[in-house]
Design a protein around this ligand. Structure first.
Ligand code: PLP
Length: 382
């Protein structure tokens, strides 16, 4: 019986995770505060980012990013944010939650936003750019940073795939107005569901903490641990959400963070094996990593013709890759932009994410590559 090779298999250091969770249970504190505070501090120390607020998902973080920038800058319904069509829909839904308009620019050879295409999509209504570091790659992010600064546009970095990505030795994020990470179940820093929203400005970091807790201006943990009289009084400043995360997620995150750099180094090793083994097959198009980028390698993507046939044939050999992503303009709700991003459209029909996780051995990667090369050769002569 052939062993199954899955796209993603998260690795949890079970005993360490249980010890961290046990601490929450014994203390009687599983909610917001305690471990969430520890994890926010640990994340800031790791990334060098000035602010970090632990939320229940990157989706929530992206929504809050758009909302707070909109409020701060007086954006109006219908104002535009330039974004990529090659992403998980959360990125673009976050713009629509706030009644702003996602305007799609095309991607480049790194499958990230192409600055030339962004320039071509600017209008007097453009307020911000939403950049996604697909698979952990930084693409032409630095050019996008300059473009936004020169034009007074806000920059939101969807770093869902970028936990641990560095560019020229520095963690990404400090250049953006807000950076959002995902710690969802299969991400590089896996929890079950959670994320981090990191604003550059202290005032927005203070503000977002109220938004994630119903608009209440003092969280329960501060009220419990802080001194002062009348700590049972608080004010509710606006209709907020229940978007914060909790100590059980933070317990998992604190353990995963200890291993993030060595884990990402192993992912880069797996990627190097794929690169070496696939280099001889020109029908398998590999995606370059941008110069100066130390990618977190959330994904290892290739492009092939007749992708769906290739995927099904791989499945027959117990190999289960994925697709990240279909061009969002193929979906009904984003169809208004169909045909505007030819490079994304081409990628959408050809992309395959090959298995990428810490349990893969060199022999597994060899098996995937051999199967892929055989299948691609076979379907090309059909
Ligand atoms: C690029 C991108 N943005 C946003 C998200 C949303 O992350 P979460 O599941 O933490 O809400 C994901 C998750 O898959 C993603 O891949």
């Amino acid at each position: 019986m052939m062993q199954t090779i899955q796209l993603f298999v998260p690795t949890f250091r079970v005993e360490e995770c249980l010890a961290e969770i046990r601490e929450c249970l014994e203390k009687g504190w599983t909610g917001l505060g305690f471990k969430t505070v520890q994890f926010e501090e640990a994340w800031k120390a790791y990334t060098g980012l000035t602010h970090a607020h632990f939320v229940n998902s990157a989706t929530a973080g992206l929504h809050l990013a758009v909302r707070l920038l909109k409020e701060q800058n007086g954006w109006q319904a219908g104002d535009e944010i330039i974004s990529t069509p090659l992403t998980f829909v959360s990125t673009n839904h976050a713009i629509l939650y706030e009644h702003l308009k996602p305007v799609f620019a095309d991607v480049d050879e790194y499958l990230c936003l192409d600055p030339a295409s962004v320039l071509a999509r600017l209008t007097p209504q453009t307020r911000a750019v939403m950049f996604v570091g697909l698979g952990g790659n930084t693409g032409r992010y630095e050019e996008i940073v300059s473009l936004c600064r020169e034009r007074g546009l806000k920059l939101i970095l969807d770093a869902s795939h970028m936990a641990g990505t560095r560019v020229h030795g520095q963690h990404v994020g400090s250049e953006a107005d807000v950076t959002v990470f995902s710690f969802q179940a299969v991400k590089n820093l896996p929890t079950a569901d959670s994320g981090m929203v990191c604003f550059a400005e202290a005032a927005l970091d203070a503000e977002v903490r109220k938004w994630t807790w119903m608009g209440i201006n003092k969280d329960t943990y501060s009220r419990t641990t802080g001194g002062g009289a009348y700590k049972w009084y608080y004010d509710v400043e606006h209709v907020g959400f229940k978007d914060h995360s909790n100590s059980v997620m933070a317990a998992l995150a604190l353990v995963s963070l200890k291993y993030l750099d060595p884990d990402n180094a192993y992912r880069r090793q797996v990627a190097a094996w794929y690169d070496a083994l696939l280099a001889s097959e020109p029908r398998i198009e590999r995606i370059p990593v941008a110069p100066g980028c130390e990618s977190a390698r959330h994904l290892y993507q290739v492009m092939v013709d007749r992708r769906d046939e290739v995927m099904l044939a791989l499945n027959e050999q117990q190999i289960y890759p994925g697709v990240h992503y279909r061009d969002n303009t193929v979906y009904k709700m984003y169809a208004y932009a169909q045909g505007t991003c030819p490079r994304s459209q081409r990628a959408s029909d050809r992309l395959i994410s090959l298995p990428m996780h810490l349990r893969l051995t060199h022999a597994d990667v060899q098996r995937v590559c051999q199967a892929l090369k055989d299948i691609v050769a076979r379907v090309s002569i059909k």
